[in-house]
Design a protein around this ligand. Structure first.
Ligand code: DHB
Ligand code: FE
Length: 281
């Protein structure tokens, strides 16, 4: 049977993509940030997952503002990246697993999540930066397969932390009922606090970020009780991306073990958090 062996979180800031491309990991500005990923990379080397489900938001590469699904699942055997104008070179295609995707789609729709299924899907920095952060030391042929799960955090009205958490529970049900032996990780991307435009551009709330990380681990019901307006007031308009971490959290048990936790701010305009969680027995 397929099994979720762990959940990870990470920010997906495009400047990280540039830093990896330019090999700046040891530069003073970047070192502490990148060091936060080393324990996760070591764990991944050890456990060798077969597939990663990447919960991310599209920033206008695949869905522009004229058509924005609330939840969209990639149902393809490969996913194309493209130039978004950040200066990060476009990557080769990432391998998918259409069969598992359709099984997830069937489970979610049965659970009354009316997701959009995408047999073609371009994946942007929200997806590629996390994949590179965790697997860039390996040639892409050795990366796990990946399934993109896009959550709209751009065009209002947006879904909620609670709905994302519940979607994670449906995702868990789907993976647990998939007959093929397969080790799966779920990655919640985005956040933490940041705002890229308007009068409050540049705000970061370290205390709120750290509180979110703690509660996501120990008391996810705190997070599911927050309104989007409150999250954006504290964490900025783009800080709302943190709701995507709740899909990962919903896919794990009520009690989790923390294998790694790291926070660094600022990177670019953002508070950047890393978590590696597994189900507590
Ligand atoms: C930044 C962060 C994001 O989440 C994003 O999508 C784009 C830019 C930033 O901090 O620069
Ligand atoms: Fe973003």
């Amino acid at each position: 049977m397929a099994k979720i062996i762990g959940g990870m979180t990470t920010s997906h800031i495009p400047a990280i993509g540039n830093a990896m491309h330019d090999k700046l990991e040891q530069e003073p500005y970047w070192k502490r940030f990148f060091d936060g990923y080393e324990p996760v990379k070591e764990w991944l080397d050890e456990v060798q997952p077969d597939l990663a489900i990447v919960v991310y938001n599209d920033h206008g590469l695949n869905f522009f503002l004229n058509q924005v699904p609330t939840f969209a699942l990639g149902c393809a055997d490969s996913y194309q990246n493209d130039d978004e104008g950040w200066g990060i070179p476009a990557s080769a295609d990432v391998k998918g697993d259409a069969e598992l995707s359709w099984h997830i789609a069937e489970t979610m729709i049965r659970d009354e999540f009316d997701i959009t299924t995408c047999q073609e899907m371009k994946v942007d920095h929200g997806f590629m930066v996390p994949m590179n952060l965790f697997w860039r030391d390996k040639p892409m042929a050795q990366w796990p397969k990946a399934i993109p799960l896009a959550v709209n955090t751009v065009q209002h009205p947006l879904t909620s932390a609670k709905r994302c958490y519940d979607l994670g529970k449906s995702l868990r049900k789907a993976v647990d009922s998939y007959p093929e032996d397969m080790k799966v990780v779920v990655i919640g991307t985005g956040g933490l606090s940041h705002q890229l435009q308007g009068e409050r551009a540049g705000i970061i709330d370290v205390d709120f970020d750290l509180e979110c990380m703690d509660k996501i681990i120990n008391d996810p019901s705190w997070m599911t009780g927050l309104s989007n307006d409150y999250i954006m007031e504290k964490a900025g308009t783009e800080g709302i991306e943190v709701i995507m971490w709740m899909v990962m959290r919903g896919a794990l048990n009520d009690k989790v073990e923390v294998l790694h936790k790291h926070y660094h701010a600022p990177i670019s305009n953002t508070g950047a958090g890393v978590l590696l969680l597994t189900d507590a027995e």
